[in-house]
Design a protein around this ligand. Sequence first.
Ligand code: MG
Length: 382
Amino acid sequence: MANELAIYAAHSDNSKGRVHQDDGSEYRNEYQRDRDRVIHSSAFRRLEYKTQVFVNHEGDMFRTRLTHSIEVAQIGRTIARALNVNEDLTEAICLAHDLGHTPFGHAGQDALNDCMQDYGGFEHNLQSLRIVDLLEQRYAIFPGLNLTFETREGILKHCSKNNALTLASIGERFLNNEKPGLEAQIANIADEIAYNNHDIDDGLRAGLLDIESLRQCEIVDIHYDNVKNKWQDLDDSHLRHEIIRRMINYVVSDLIETSEALIGAVKPNDIDEVRRCGKSLIKMSEKTENMHKILKKYLRDNLYRHDRVNSMAEKAKETVEYLFNSYMNKPELLTEKIQKEIESNADNNDSLKFARLVADYVAGMTDRFAFSEHERISGSSI
Ligand code: MG
């Protein structure tokens, strides 16, 4: 039997609700419905063919945005349950957190942001919110997925003050320096824990990292020694997995214990007191946080900037720029549906709206669709 939800958790019955009036469900609470809407969305399915670090077609064993999101949800749910906060809400936020990612990971996002410089820029986090608020078209009476305030609050991890001003109540916390609920804070850190660990796994498997060098990072070294002390003759694959599962467990346990103590010291009486308390209550201990930061830096220097990753990033950048500029110059290359939307805006000749439609289209592409569009338009493959 699950423990009762803590008073400072997000309670489905006290949700700040949805933008559009929506009947409840007999069998599921509001956050379960949010999670299910995310799972059934087409943006979620497309994550299967979007890059995390390695481009999808580089190998079937690597993480994609979809498997990454599922791993984030697994870690997030463990933490939420241990802290007696809302597991369903945490899961909904984790599964939705990367919906707005462009094809080709960060290289794609940076390229699209450059293309959009004169039109308000492009930010994947804001795009995730745009997808659930507007772009998914499946319900007869409202646009988007019409998710609850709490799920949307969790999806919008960061936001500039200028953008926050355009987002009504969901942007307010960035203007008032407030935190989101604990479930959102958990999803945010679960994301980091997931990618730090699975990028080591993928990097080692791809031969871009090596375990001896990784031992410069204390957190790897400690768990390497633990595994080696127990089994001296493990093959590389077992060694890798035994180290990584220990690292995840170590960081998650530390996070749960540290957060429990922080929450116990602040004693928030409800989710609004969590929001207004002025600091994050979901944290690792200082020692673990430092080890985690060192590992993050190691991965930045040695994996994300590796020649093989860089050369793919260059291709990605070229592809995104080429597609964006082609559609901007020749709208007839776009789908009929988008062309109709452009025509319906034609009276006010709004170039901002036009560019945003093109950005939405490019951002929604999978890696392989972006490559095939490039080939269709240019007549040659990249
Ligand atoms: Mg992520």
